[in-house]
Design a protein around this ligand. Structure first.
Ligand SMILES: [Mg+2]
Length: 350
């Protein structure tokens, strides 16, 4: 699933010039078809399209005949047979199976996940780059009706990031900001940036994963010293990771992404966060409407997600699919979906 981007997607760990994802199709013996997407993002966690293809291709040998009615058992089987090495492939498999199961029942995935709601309010992201580019992007985002702006920071030093953030505020005023470091700042850089922001009178809504994923003490101290809420993203892949963040009071919010380790694990992480009283954010890699609709169905259906970062279909220059989520400014709606995630390849029709 190779797709062109309007512009390169830059984060602290590197730049994604084009999307190299994988589309998975599963077919049940009654002919029901389900679709899943793997969206490996090398700059995020090192996963590649080649790895996802290897794991998914490997499943051809053992999948035929497998009972898929118990999707969690099937997910466990897949994890043991390679999914543990590639979260995006695991996600593609679980998405396709759940899509087929829900299509067969005529049930939309947002209802399958709990039916709590059908809309979310998403941010839109300003990727790494110059202060001028950041200001221009901010103007466009606000003009499109988004009320929350996420800014990718880290990798080029706190002085550069502060200049970008000042340029954004100059361009669009006091818009709520989520600052995502993608684990790319040191503690000293984080302290410098907090000081610079306070001196500039900029108070972000959320500091997302500024520090390396294993630095839970640093994340805890960052929230305490800044007085601003911290989100853990790279630090939380598994249920055990979420428990560690909760026990260490390392974050106030957990960014849940299906591409990290699949849907079953994401549901476990949500349960840990809820039990610990932590806030929930739904995010993703650089995904097409297929992957992002699945995430929107999960977050809207479960309810209780305070932050949504489901904007990457808007960065794509092409959409090979029909169906799925709809954007109205910053509002994401899955209300039109009648079965599964509702996304099908364009050539085959809805
Ligand atoms: Mg993040």
């Amino acid at each position: 699933l190779n797709l062109a981007l309007h512009a390169p997607f830059g984060i602290a760990g590197g730049v994604q010039a084009k999307v190299e994802n994988v589309l998975l199709t599963v077919e049940f013996d009654d002919g029901t078809i389900g679709y899943g997407e793997a969206a490996p993002l090398p700059a995020y966690n090192g996963e590649t399209q080649a790895q996802a293809l290897t794991v998914l291709d490997g499943a051809r040998a053992w999948l035929p005949g497998l009972q898929l009615d118990d999707w969690r058992a099937a997910a466990t089987e897949f994890r043991h047979r390679g999914g543990a090495t590639c979260g995006s492939a695991q996600c593609a498999f679980e998405t396709a199976v759940l899509d087929a199961l829900a299509r067969r029942r005529g049930e939309p995935l947002w209802r399958f996940f709990g039916g709590a709601g059908v809309t979310l309010e998403t941010d839109m992201t300003i990727t790494t780059g110059t202060p001028e580019a950041a200001a221009e992007a901010a103007r466009t985002i606000v003009a499109r009706g988004f009320r929350m702006v996420k800014v990718k920071i880290g990798g080029a030093g706190p002085r550069h990031d502060l200049a970008r953030l000042q340029a954004i505020v100059e361009a669009v005023g006091d818009v709520p900001l989520i600052l995502d470091g993608n684990a790319g700042l040191t503690r000293a850089e984080a302290d410098d940036l907090v000081r610079g922001l306070k001196d500039s009178g900029i108070a972000p809504t959320l500091l997302e994963q500024w520090l390396p994923k294993e630095d839970l003490v640093g994340l805890h101290d960052l929230a305490e010293h800044s007085g601003w809420a911290v989100a853990a993203d790279e630090s939380v892949v598994t249920r055990e990771d979420a428990l560690q963040v909760a026990h260490g009071q390392a974050a106030q919010v957990i960014n849940v992404k299906l591409m990290k380790a699949g849907i079953a694990v994401a549901l476990d992480v949500v349960e840990v966060a809820r039990t610990a009283g932590l806030g929930l954010m739904i995010g993703g890699n650089v995904e097409s409407v297929l992957g992002m609709t699945t995430s929107a169905c999960l977050a809207a259906g479960l309810g209780g997600f305070s932050h949504a970062d489901l904007d990457t279909p808007l960065f794509l220059a092409e959409n090979p699919f029909v169906g799925g989520l709809r954007y109205d400014g910053g509002t994401v709606s899955v209300a039109d979906i009648t079965a599964g995630h509702g996304v099908s390849p364009r050539a085959e029709g809805p």
